[in-house]
Design a protein around this ligand. Structure first.
Ligand code: G
Ligand code: G
Ligand code: MN
Ligand code: NA
Length: 254
């Protein structure tokens, strides 16, 4: 309850921040996009990550105004980076299942695009398999509507849920993100590399983009390269960073 009360005030008190983690093309090293990751700079406590407060935000419904703020902030930042010369940078934003169930997530997305002027093609929404499995008509309509606008759709934490590859095609996904657990164990057991290889091949067959999350070592990157993985994200390349730091990071690479 204490967290909940404190969280209720975060929007007014501007205690929320977005960090950004780059996503790279594995073959060329080009930066293709960034994922926006929520942080709560809680007075007297420190910098909190979603694991510390997302549950409370979802149970209390606060994820709705917070989620709308994330969308607005991320789209504004992406529009600013476009103007600054990074025109093709894709901004990836995480959506939670609660936003679909209770929220007017459609309106929040449209408002963020209108407010920022960001082209829809520069926005990628990361959803989990659990949202697809709700399978409701309203969810399908929302996803189809986003696709029509040109917004990209990525399936986050892929491999941890239950959706089939057939599902992905039906829901109009553009990209799957291989869950970090498979990448972490890619040299630790025999199943993980087989699973990763299979995901990469299926993604190819369905013409989906694929991103490996949680790449931490050159050896893992090399294995992914040999398997034909398209994109990577992880501490090996960059940690999530505040906007000014990400800008310096981008500049140093240009
Ligand atoms: O880096 P990190 O600890 O930030 O992220 C942990 C988890 O929190 C990830 O599963 C990510 O999807 C989720 N997450 C990060 N930012 C957001 C956000 O803005 N909205 C939602 N719904 N989830 C987020
Ligand atoms: O949305 P998602 O569940 O994919 O959130 C990404 C999470 O993964 C964030 O918590 C982010 O900080 C974290 N992360 C990103 N790269 C790495 C990495 O290389 N290793 C580990 N352990 N975590 C990572
Ligand atoms: Mn994500
Ligand atoms: Na993930």
């Amino acid at each position: 309850l204490e967290t909940r009360e404190a969280l209720a005030g975060v929007l007014q008190q501007t205690q929320l921040e977005l960090y950004y983690q780059p996503q790279l093309d594995l073959r060329t090293g080009a930066v293709v996009g960034v994922e926006a990751l929520l942080r709560w700079r809680r007075p007297g406590v420190g910098l909190l990550v979603p694991a510390d407060f997302l549950d409370v935000a979802e149970e209390s419904g606060l994820i709705l105004p917070i989620g709308a703020w994330v969308l607005q902030q991320a789209c504004r930042q992406a529009a600013a980076w476009r103007s600054a010369g990074w025109a093709n940078l894709i901004m990836a934003v995480n959506l939670s299942a609660v936003q679909f169930r209770q929220g007017r997530v459609n309106e929040a997305v449209s408002a963020a695009l209108a407010d920022s002027g960001l082209p829809p093609e520069n926005l990628e929404l990361e959803i989990t398999e659990s949202i697809l499995l709700q399978g409701e008509e309203a969810v399908l309509e929302t996803l189809a509507n986003w696709k029509q606008q040109g917004i990209r759709l990525a399936i986050d934490d892929f491999g941890t849920g239950y959706s089939s590859f057939g599902y992905l095609k039906r829901f109009g996904a553009d990209k799957i993100k291989i869950d970090r657990s498979f990448i972490r164990d890619i040299h630790a057991d025999v199943e993980s590399p087989a699973i990763v290889q299979a995901m990469i091949q299926f993604a190819r067959a369905l013409r989906l983009r694929i991103t490996a999350e949680g790449v931490e070592t050159p050896a893992v990157a090399e294995s992914l390269r040999r398997m034909g993985c398209g994109q990577v994200q992880g501490f090996l390349y960059a940690r999530p960073m505040p906007a000014p730091e990400l800008e310096r990071w981008l500049r140093a690479r240009d």
